[in-house]
Structure formats: structure tokens, C-alpha cells
Design a protein around this ligand. Sequence first.
Ligand SMILES: [Zn+2]
Length: 236
Amino acid sequence: MIKENSIGDNDRLLTLFTRDSGVIRAFAVGAKSIKSRRGSATGLLSYSNFLLEKKGDTYKVIEATANKVFFGAGCDVVTLTVAQYFCELCAYFEPHDDSAEPFLRLVLNSLYFLIDKKRDPALIKAITELRICCISGYAPSLVACDGCGKFEDKTMYFKLDDGMLFCEDCKKDNCVKLSRTVLDAMRHIVFSDINNLYAFNIPEKDAKALEKITEKYIVFQSEHRFSTLDFYHSVN
Ligand SMILES: [Zn+2]
């Protein structure tokens, strides 16, 4: 469940990210009632099994069972904000067809890593942003310099508007500098198998640079201002 809107005192319109149908909207009647068995299954950031009835373009929740409720009381505000940002990214990109399953898998994995707390939320955010771009058709071209084909240089340059890579000799205007470490990290995020996606080390200084670049890239590519991202910067 990635978004909810209250309707009246008891009912809600839920935005659900489903494995089979991508992002859909479903009405939950009475789900706000404390007595409702559906309560936790229809909470924000819960991962649940839903039995739905289709009515025209919308769905009605018949039954819901929670598999996992990701964030309870006591969760720190930065972690919770990053999780809500992931929900906003899902709702914005509305993955469907072939991209729904990898997108859902990525976001669930990222949420698990967030609650696990072994990795910095800012790094999980960076990994998720860049990988979402790849799944959603905005994969950057990081194999080699777009001008001359050079694979590596002491410093490489990344063009945010078209995701192209350039070497020192071929660089264009409006490029950001990439250290070897940051480029390696970006290549890892773009090309690695999902099972190894989070398994790399990066020094803090380079992680900060990576985080700036992935955020700028997803904002640039989506041409969208994410309200949870503004909130993230106000608390972090
Ligand atoms: Zn070049």
C-alpha cells in the first residue's frame, strides 16, 4: 500500500502496488474502524494479500491480510521519510506490464534494507533512485565515454539531461564530475543482479557525491518535484 486518501469517516481510497497489475486504486470500506480485521493490512507501507472486486476502473477491497507492516511507531523520521519517498516514486512512475515486477521487488528490497539499518538510508535512497531510472526507461549510458569510447579516466563526466558519460577530452557543458569510485558505484547499481545490488562498499565522501547525482538524475529525468523529497531535505 503506497498511498491512502480518507473518504468520509470510515472509508479510504488506497493506492496499491501489485505484482500482477502494477499500480492500482481500490476502495476500502470501513477499513478505518478499529474493529476492522483489515486495519493493519491496509495501513501505509504494509505488504499484504488483497482479494479485490473490480468495478469499472476501480477496485473494492473484499479481504486483506498483512504479510509485513514495514514501519511502526518508534521508527526514526529520516527512515520513514525515505520510505514515503519510495512510495511517492511508485505512485509517480506507475510501473506496469514488464516493469511492475522488478520495480516492486526493488522497492520491497529497499524497504527491508531500510528497516535493517545496516546501511545508511541516504545510500539506500541513491541505489533505489538510480535503479528505478533503469527500470523505468531512463537507464544512463555508463559503459564508456560517448565521444571516444574510453572506458575509464581519472575523472569522468556525467551529463544529467541525457545520462551520457564523457571523458576529460570529450566532456560537454552541464556535466557533473564523477570520481572513479562514484562511477564504479553507479555501474554496479545499473548493471548488477538485484541479489547483489546493495552489496558494495563506498567511502562516505564518495557516497555523498553519489547521493547528490542520483537524486539530481531522477528529478531531471522525471521532470517532477517530489513533496516527500522536499520533506526529506528539511529533516536530513
Ligand atoms: Zn572521450
